[in-house]
Design a protein around this ligand. Structure first.
Ligand code: GLP
Length: 235
C-alpha cells in the first residue's frame, strides 16, 4: 500500500485524477464512487476533458453502490449524481446496480456478472465513511462479501442526510461487496478533512477487521491511499 499525503484537498483530488487517467483509454474500466470525497477529482477530469482533450471514448465505468428505491432520474440516486458530476460531461458510459429492481437479489448477482463480462475493473476509486465503511459496506460486513443489499446504520444515514433536501435517506442500498471491490486491479482511496482521520488510521494501521471494512485494503497488492494533511493527522 502506498500512502501519499498532499498539502491540500485540491492537490489530493488532482493527484487521484492523474492516477485514474492511466486507464482513461479504449478498453479501460473505471470503478467510480460517489460522495463528496471524489468531487475535486471529477472536476479535474472534466477540466482535462474540456481543456486538454482527454477522451473517454471506449472507456467503461461501473458504480460502487446505489440506494434502493431511488430511480435513475432521482436527483440523489448515485447514478444521477455521477452523471451530473462526471459521466454526462465527458461522454462516459456508466453502469450501476438498479436500486428499483423488483428482485434485488437477482439484480445483485446480475451486477457482478456485468462487471465480470466487462473483464473486471481496472481501477476502483473509493471514499471512506467516518466509521470506516467502503461503498456501503458498513462495520460488520464480511471481508468476503459480494454485491448485495445492506441496511444503512443510523450514523451513515445521518452523515448522508446533507445531500437530501428532506433528510429522507433510504434505509437500504445495493453495494459491491468487499470481495468484489478487492477484485479490481488497482484500488485508490481518497480521504480529506479531519473527520476522516480516525477512519483512515484504522484502515491503514489498525488490525484487519470487519469492524473497519476499509482495513480490507491491507489485503490488496496494489493500493494507493491519497490524503490531505488533516485526514493523515492520526497516522
Ligand atoms: C457514502 C458512500 C461511499 C462514500 C462515503 C463517504 O456513504 N456510499 O461511497 O465513500 O459515504 O462519503 P463522503 O465522501 O461524502 O464523505
Amino acid at each position: 500500500m502506498e500512502v501519499i499525503v498532499t498539502d491540500t484537498p485540491q492537490l489530493a483530488g488532482n493527484l487521484v485524477a492523474t492516477i485514474l487517467q492511466r486507464w482513461v483509454r479504449p478498453g479501460g474500466t473505471l470503478g467510480l464512487a460517489t460522495g463528496s470525497s471524489p468531487e475535486q477529482t471529477y472536476a479535474e477530469l472534466v477540466r482535462r476533458h474540456r481543456e486538454e482533450g482527454l477522451s473517454f471514448e471506449g472507456v467503461r465505468a461501473f458504480l460502487l453502490d446505489e440506494y434502493v428505491g431511488l430511480g435513475a432520474d432521482h436527483p440523489q440516486s448515485y447514478r444521477q449524481v455521477i452523471q451530473q458530476m462526471l459521466t454526462d460531461q465527458v461522454g462516459l458510459d456508466i453502469t450501476g446496480p438498479d436500486g428499483m429492481a423488483r428482485d434485488l437479489l437477482a439484480e445483485a448477482a446480475a451486477y457482478e456478472e456485468r462487471i465480470r463480462e466487462a473483464g473486471g475493473i481496472d481501477v476502483q476509486l473509493l471514499g471512506i465513511g467516518g466509521d470506516g465503511h467502503l461503498g456501503f459496506n458498513e462495520p460488520g460486513s464480511s471481508l468476503n462479501s459480494r454485491t448485495r443489499v445492506k441496511t444503512l446504520t443510523t450514523r451513515t444515514r445521518r452523515d448522508n442526510a446533507r445531500f437530501f433536501a428532506d433528510d429522507q435517506v433510504p434505509h437500504h442500498v445495493l453495494t459491491q461487496g468487499l470481495a468484489t471491490i478487492r477484485e479490481a486491479r488497482h484500488l485508490v482511496l481518497i480521504a480529506t478533512g479531519e473527520g476522516k482521520a480516525a477512519a483512515v488510521a484504522a484502515a491503514v494501521e489498525g488490525p484487519l477487521s470487519a469492524f473497519c471494512p476499509a482495513s480490507v485494503l491491507q489485503l490488496h497488492p496494489h493500493v494507493s491511499v491519497v490524503l490531505d494533511r488533516l485526514s493523515a493527522a492520526q497516522l
